[in-house]
Each structure stands twice: as structure tokens, then as C-alpha cells.
Write a protein that binds this ligand. Structure first.
Ligand SMILES: [Zn+2]
Length: 81
């Protein structure tokens, strides 16, 4: 049995809050970015894109093509630990 430190506790609280607001989802493994050439970069978002369809986006493509976070927009992917 180990105690969570304060930083870890705050992170978990923030994540739980984001999940509740549909701004984040927990995943077992991170998918690869749909927009990176060669699909080599891990995606951190499942998000509606400026082109219309949804896709898995890395940090860079989320900033350039993501519509945002929330219900109907997109979710940040949180890796289960
Ligand atoms: Zn990308």
C-alpha cells in the first residue's frame, strides 16, 4: 500500500473532473495520430477536426486542426496506469 503524494492526487482529481466534463477519456493504449505522415506519432486527443471528420490527433495536430475539447468536440486521451 502506498500513499499518493499531493501532486499525484491533484492530477487524478483534475483528470476525473475532465472526464466528467467530457473533456477527457481514459484509454489502455494511446493510438497513433491520424494526420502525421506514416502514423508514427502517438495521439493524445480524439477530436473533431477543422476538416469535419473525427480523428486521433497528436499535440501538434490538435493545435492546428482540433476543434477543441468537450461534448461533441473532442476528448483528451488519458493513459490508464
Ligand atoms: Zn500528428
Amino acid at each position: 500500500m502506498h500513499d499518493l503524494n499531493a501532486v499525484e492526487y491533484d492530477r487524478l482529481l483534475a483528470e476525473a473532473e475532465a472526464v466528467k466534463k467530457h473533456e477527457a477519456v481514459r484509454v489502455q493504449t494511446l493510438p497513433l495520430c491520424d494526420m502525421c505522415k506514416g502514423f508514427t506519432t502517438k495521439a493524445h486527443y480524439d477530436c473533431k477536426t477543422t476538416d469535419g471528420p473525427w480523428g486521433y490527433l497528436c499535440e501538434k495536430h490538435f493545435r492546428s486542426n482540433g476543434m477543441g475539447l468537450g461534448l461533441g468536440l473532442g476528448q483528451r486521451l488519458i493513459l490508464e496506469d
